[in-house]
Design a protein around this ligand. Structure first.
Ligand code: SF4
Ligand code: ZN
Length: 715
C-alpha cells in the first residue's frame, strides 16, 4: 500500500510536470515580455502574490517565479518535513497552467453567465461574498471533485448543499453531470462550475487568498498567516468522489494544510487523518459529515412551502419564458406593506388570500398583488416598519423560482412555471413572511398575520392608502439627521473577516455595505443590545465639520480592540472611516482635478485615476484607514454629509453612468440645496466622457463649470 504522503508527493510531481510542460510550450510560442493577467483583479496571480509576494505581470516574471517555486517546494524534498506544505507548490503549479491559458485569451472558457466553465473569479465576485459571509447567509464552501457514481447523485449532493446555502464549487466530471441534470449554475446561484481539470482548483484558492488580503488585510508573502486566516475564517471543505488519483490527493493535501477537511469514499491507499481526511463510504452522509467536520451550524428556519428555500437562490433570475406570472408594480397596482397593529387585533400565523389564487392567472401574464403584513409586539416601533418591509425583498428571493426586485408599490415579483407546478400558491408567500419575520425578529415581533390581495379593486384601494404611509415615512426619514438624533450606532458584523473594522452608522451615513441604515442598526440593537450594533453616544464634540466626537472615538477604540484610535465621519482625508471589503462603492482622490472619482462594484472599466474598481478597492480594506480612499454605500453619495469636511458632493468629478442614473435624483436635490446648482449630475463625467484620461476630464469639468474648480486643493 502506497503511503499517503507518497501519494501527495507523486501527485505534486505530476502537477509540477504539467506546469513545466505548459510553461515551456508557452515560452516557445510567446516572448517573455507577453503580459500575464487574470481578468478583473488587482491581485495579479493571487496565489503567487500571496505565497511568493510577487506581482506577476509578464511571462518572463512567471518563469522566474516558477524557478523559485521549484526550488522551494519540490515534491519529495526532505526539507518539507510537513508533507502538506508541498501544497503551496501544487497550487502555484496550477496557477501557472491557468495563467498560460489566459495569455492566449482573456476569456478562455467563454463569456458571461453561460460560459462553459467559470475559471477565474473577479475581485467583485470575491467582494460580493463579504456580507453574506459575515451574516452567516453563506455558512460555508464546498469543493466537490467528481464525477459522482450517477448523474442523479451528483445533482442530489449539489442541491443538498445549495438548499443549505453552502456555496458550491465544482471540479471535474461532475460539471457535465450537473449539466445533464439541467442544474442552473453560475456565481449568483452559488453553484460555480469552476473547470474540468484538477488544477482548476487554483481558481478557488485564488478566491480564498484574495479574501484574506481583501477582508483580512493579510500581507503578501506571509504564508502562515494565509493558512491561519483560511483555517479560522473561511469555512471550506472538500468532497472527493472515488476514484481519487494522486493529483487529487496532492490538492487534498494542500486543502488540509489550509485547514479544509477532505471527505471521500475512496478507501484505496489512503489513511484517515482525524478531522482532516475523513472516509465515508456511504456518500449519503457526506453533507452531515462535512458540516460537522468544519463545525458549521446552519441557521435553519422551517418554511412550509413546496420549493427549496435558501439564501443561495437570492441571485436567481427568472426569465420571461420560464415565468408563470409577474406581479408588476410599474404597470399594475402592486405593493408590500408592513404595518403595526394592536396585539388583540392579530391572530398569529393567520394567512388570508383575498381574491383568486395565483395558479388561475393566465400563464406568462402580468397581474396585481398586495402583500399586507400586520405585526404586533411589545418592543415594536413604527420606525421598524420600513426595516422589516425591506426584508421582504430578501425573503421572497430565497424561495426557489421566485424573483423579487424593487420595493413599496414598485415591486416586481416573478414566479416560475416550475414553482407553480410544484404547488406554490399565494398563501405560501404568507408562510415565508411568517416564518422569517418571526424567526429573525422574535425579540421585537410577537405576532404576525398576512393578507394577500389579488383583486384589482382591492389593490387599487390599498395603493392609495399606503401611499400616504410612504409619504409620512419619507418625511420622518428626512427629519432624521445626524444633528438631531440622540445617538449613533456602530456595526462590527464584518469583524469576523476584518478584525479591526468598525462602521459608525448615522442617519445620514449608512454602513458601507449599503445594507445597514441607522434604523436597521437601531432595530438590530433592540433585538440584541450586546450584538453586532451598539449604541454610540455623541456627546463631547471635538470638530463638527470633520465629524469628530470624543465619544465616537472611544467607541471605535473599544470596538476595534485598540486597533483604531480616531475616526472622522465626514472626511476622507483625515482619519477616514475604515473599509472592510464589502463596500458598494469606492471613492478615491483624483489629483489633477482636486476631486474624487466614485466607482461601484458592478462597473468593470477603468476610471480617470487609471484604476478600475478592483484596483481602487485594493488600495484600502481589511479594516485599515487609508486617507484619500474610502469604501461607502451607494446611498451615501447623495448625503449632505458625503465628504462634508472637504466641500461635500461638489468634489465628485466622475462616476459610471449607471451609478449616476441610480443616485441622480437624490444627488441633484442635495446639490440644489447645498450649492443652488440645478442638474449637478450632468456636471459629473462618466465613461462616455473618458475612461482613463485626466486631461479629457479636466476639459469636461471646465466646460461644465463644475463647482470643484472653485474648491481649495485637497492636498
Ligand atoms: Fe459590515 Fe459595516 Fe455593513 Fe456592518 S455596516 S455589515 S460592519 S459593512
Ligand atoms: Zn464588510
Amino acid at each position: 500500500m502506497k503511503k499517503l504522503f507518497n501519494r501527495v508527493f507523486d501527485g505534486s510531481d505530476e502537477m509540477f510536470a504539467i506546469a513545466e510542460k505548459t510553461l515551456n510550450e508557452t515560452l516557445k510560442a510567446y516572448p517573455e515580455t507577453t503580459p500575464v493577467a487574470m481578468p478583473n483583479t488587482a491581485y495579479f496571480l493571487a496565489s503567487h502574490l500571496a505565497y511568493l509576494s510577487k506581482k506577476v505581470t509578464t511571462l518572463g516574471e512567471l518563469k522566474a517565479c516558477w524557478e523559485e517555486t521549484k526550488a522551494n517546494w519540490k515534491p519529495h524534498d526532505p526539507r518539507l518535513a510537513d508533507v502538506f506544505k508541498c501544497g503551496f507548490g501544487t497550487v502555484l503549479a496550477g496557477e501557472v497552467v491557468e495563467a498560460c491559458k489566459y495569455i492566449k485569451s482573456p476569456t478562455p472558457y467563454g463569456e458571461g453567465d453561460n460560459r462553459e466553465y467559470w475559471g477565474h473569479m473577479s475581485d467583485a465576485e470575491v467582494r460580493e461574498l463579504g456580507v453574506p459571509l459575515v451574516t452567516g447567509d453563506i455558512p460555508g464552501f464546498v469543493v466537490i471533485i467528481g464525477p459522482a457514481p450517477s448523474d442523479e447523485e451528483a445533482a442530489e449532493l449539489i442541491k443538498g448543499y445549495q438548499s443549505r446555502a453552502i456555496f458550491v464549487f465544482l471540479i471535474g466530471g461532475i460539471i457535465d453531470q450537473a449539466k445533464r441534470q439541467k442544474l442552473n449554475m453560475n456565481f449568483s446561484v452559488r453553484v460555480v462550475p469552476v473547470g474540468p481539470d484538477l488544477w482548476h482548483v487554483a481558481h478557488i484558492i485564488s478566491v480564498v487568498n484574495r479574501a484574506a488580503m481583501i477582508f483580512g488585510n493579510v500581507q503578501p508573502g506571509d504564508r502562515d498567516e494565509f493558512d491561519d486566516y483560511t483555517f479560522k475564517r473561511i469555512r471550506a471543505f472538500v468532497n472527493a468522489y472515488d476514484p481519487v488519483p494522486d493529483l487529487t490527493v496532492a490538492y487534498g493535501g494542500g486543502a488540509i494544510a489550509m485547514g479544509f477537511p477532505v471527505i471521500t469514499n475512496s478507501v484505496k491507499d489512503v489513511m484517515v487523518v482525524p478531522k482532516s481526511l475523513i472516509i465515508r463510504e456511504d456518500t449519503k452522509d457526506w453533507i452531515e459529515t462535512s458540516l460537522e467536520a468544519r463545525d458549521i451550524k446552519l441557521k435553519i428556519t422551517k418554511v412550509d412551502i413546496p420549493v427549496s428555500f435558501s439564501t443561495a437562490f437570492e441571485g436567481e433570475i427568472i426569465r420571461r419564458p420560464d415565468m408563470a406570472v409577474a406581479f408588476n408594480g410599474t404597470k399594475l397596482p402592486c405593493l408590500e406593506w408592513v404595518t403595526t397593529k394592536e396585539a388583540k387585533d392579530i391572530e398569529d400565523h393567520k394567512i388570508e388570500v383575498i381574491g383568486p389564487d395565483i395558479d388561475t392567472i393566465k400563464e406568462g401574464s402580468d397581474s396585481q398583488i398586495a402583500f399586507v403584513v400586520e405585526v404586533a409586539g411589545k418592543a415594536m416601533q413604527k420606525d421598524f416598519e420600513p426595516v422589516f418591509e425591506r426584508r421582504l425583498h430578501h425573503y421572497f428571493n430565497y424561495a426557489e423560482g421566485i424573483m423579487h426586485t424593487g420595493q413599496r408599490d414598485l415591486i416586481l415579483v416573478r414566479v416560475s412555471k416550475a414553482t407553480i407546478a410544484a404547488g406554490f400558491r399565494a398563501k405560501h408567500f404568507g408562510e415565508i413572511l411568517y416564518a422569517k419575520l418571526k424567526g429573525e425578529f422574535e425579540a421585537i415581533i410577537d405576532k404576525v398575520q398576512v393578507k394577500i390581495y389579488t383583486k384589482t379593486e382591492d389593490c387599487e384601494r390599498l395603493k392609495k392608502e399606503v401611499n400616504k404611509v410612504y409619504e409620512q415615512r419619507d418625511d420622518r426619514l428626512k427629519s432624521l439627521t445626524d444633528d438631531n438624533v440622540e445617538v449613533f450606532y456602530n456595526c462590527i458584523l464584518c469583524q469576523s473577516f476584518s478584525p479591526a473594522h468598525v462602521c459608525v452608522v448615522t442617519p445620514e451615513r449608512l454602513g458601507l455595505c449599503g445594507a445597514v441604515s441607522w434604523l436597521d442598526a437601531k432595530a438590530t440593537n433592540e433585538i440584541d443590545p450586546n450584538g453586532s450594533c451598539q449604541i454610540v453616544t455623541k456627546e463631547r464634540v471635538i470638530d463638527e465639520k470633520l465629524g469628530v466626537w470624543e465619544d465616537v472615538n472611544e467607541a471605535v477604540q473599544q470596538a476595534s480592540h485598540g486597533a483604531l484610535q480616531a475616526v472622522t465621519l465626514y472626511s476622507i482625508m483625515q482619519d477616514p472611516m475604515t473599509s472592510c471589503g464589502c463596500f458598494e462603492c469606492i471613492c478615491g482622490l483624483e489629483a489633477t482635478t482636486n476631486g474624487v472619482v466614485i466607482v461601484n462594484r458592478e462597473h468593470q472599466g477603468k476610471t480617470p485615476v487609471g484604476m478600475s474598481f478592483s484596483e481602487l478597492a485594493s488600495m484600502t480594506g481589511g479594516g485599515v484607514q487609508t486617507p484619500g480612499f474610502m469604501g461607502h454605500g451607494k446611498q451615501f453619495i447623495s448625503s449632505k454629509k458625503f465628504m462634508a469636511a472637504e466641500g461635500g458632493p461638489a468634489r465628485i468629478v466622475w462616476m459610471p453612468k449607471a451609478l449616476k442614473e441610480l443616485v441622480g435624483p437624490k444627488l441633484n436635490a442635495t446639490a440644489k440645496e447645498l450649492y443652488g446648482i440645478d442638474n449637478f449630475v450632468e456636471m459629473i463625467a462618466d465613461e462616455t466622457v473618458t475612461e482613463e484620461e485626466p486631461e479629457k476630464l479636466v476639459e469636461f469639468l471646465n466646460g461644465k463649470k463644475h463647482p470643484v474648480l472653485k474648491l481649495e486643493p485637497l492636498m
